[in-house]
Design a protein around this ligand. Structure first.
Ligand SMILES: C[S@@+](CC[C@H](N)C(=O)[O-])C[C@H]1O[C@@H](n2cnc3c(N)ncnc32)[C@H](O)[C@@H]1O
Length: 282
């Protein structure tokens, strides 16, 4: 396999520089073919002949930048996305973590959802933890941090109002208990909303290795799902180094279905289940 970094084509570079200058989004580490495909969607929607023509359009139409960002940062998510993975988190991983905490007398439980989009993922974990702790006798202080690069999705995450498409994987019992119908949508109850702290954090941030709000990492569980697919190999490695450091000893990392640790990290993470991308720091 050729692991040489792929070059971003020259006529796409001004478009990316424009995004950096006007919105602070640095896409230089993203997988070039993915970027090209996404920007091309905008070209086609506007019938622009090439990237240069699109760049002129972008500079002359102030509404276009948001449409471009939407096309490049795909925010698709849903509650309990990948049913098996979330069942394993609920039935195995979190009970193991809590059991170990009880054994050692550690009362804090730290979770990070990196690339959380509109909050469906961290809220799913918050629901699971809430359900598990109902049965627990020991007090547990939970801290669920959720971060994304995109301020618009973080705003939606705070609102916690979801269309029907976001909730189609939720069990009826949980839907009834935690989401309230609101016109055509569903709103998460405040008790779960207040368990998650959202903040903006770029996974390639040069200053902080973990979200500054979390102060230090030491996470028992990190979910970084359907985000690595955006990045070129070298940046995937950088993000993995960061995720590895952010985890507590023997902490768990959950990836997206199509993602695996890069070669250099295979011996730092042990795969826990054959059919689900859940790994333990080793
Ligand atoms: C496809 S969504 C995944 C949402 C959720 N983790 C899931 O699997 O359902 C990918 C998210 O990663 C975010 N993202 C992209 N680049 C990022 C970066 N450099 N730092 C932090 N988040 C980023 C996007 O804004 C988007 O919300």
């Amino acid at each position: 396999m050729n692991l040489e970094p792929l070059e971003i084509r020259a006529d796409l570079k001004p478009v990316l520089e424009y995004l950096l200058e006007h919105r602070g989004f640095d896409f230089s580490g993203y997988h070039p073919p993915m970027l090209e495909r996404r920007v091309r969607q905008r070209l086609e929607a506007l019938s622009c002949h090439d990237f240069t023509a699109y760049y002129s359009y972008l500079r002359g139409n102030k509404d276009e930048i948001d449409k471009l960002l939407d096309a490049v940062t795909i925010n698709v998510s849903r509650f309990f996305r990948d049913t098996l993975t979330f069942e394993l988190i609920a039935d195995q991983v979190l009970p193991w973590i809590i059991q170990e905490k009880n054994r050692t007398g550690d009362t804090s439980l730290r979770v990070w959802s990196a690339g959380c989009s509109r909050g469906e993922e961290p809220y799913s974990v918050a629901i699971i933890i809430h359900e598990l702790l109902i049965r627990e006798k020991q007090p547990v202080n939970q801290h669920i941090f959720a971060t994304d690069i995109d301020l618009n999705v973080l705003k939606d995450a705070h609102e916690a109002l979801y269309p029907a498409s976001s909730i189609k994987n939720i069990k009826y019992r949980l839907l009834n208990k935690y989401l309230i119908p609101d016109k055509d949508c569903f709103r998460l109850i405040p008790e779960i909303r207040q368990k998650v702290s959202f903040s903006r954090y770029d996974m390639l941030d040069r200053k902080y290795g973990v979200p500054p709000e979390s102060v230090f990492g030491d996470f028992d569980l990190v979910l970084c799902r359907n985000l690595l697919i955006y990045f070129s190999f070298e940046y995937q490695e950088l993000i993995f180094k960061r995720l590895h450091r952010a985890l507590a000893d023997r902490g768990y990392l959950v990836l997206g279905m199509a993602e695996t640790p890069p070669m250099a990290f295979r011996h730092h993470f042990k795969r826990v289940f054959e059919f689900s991308p859940i790994f333990q720091k080793s």
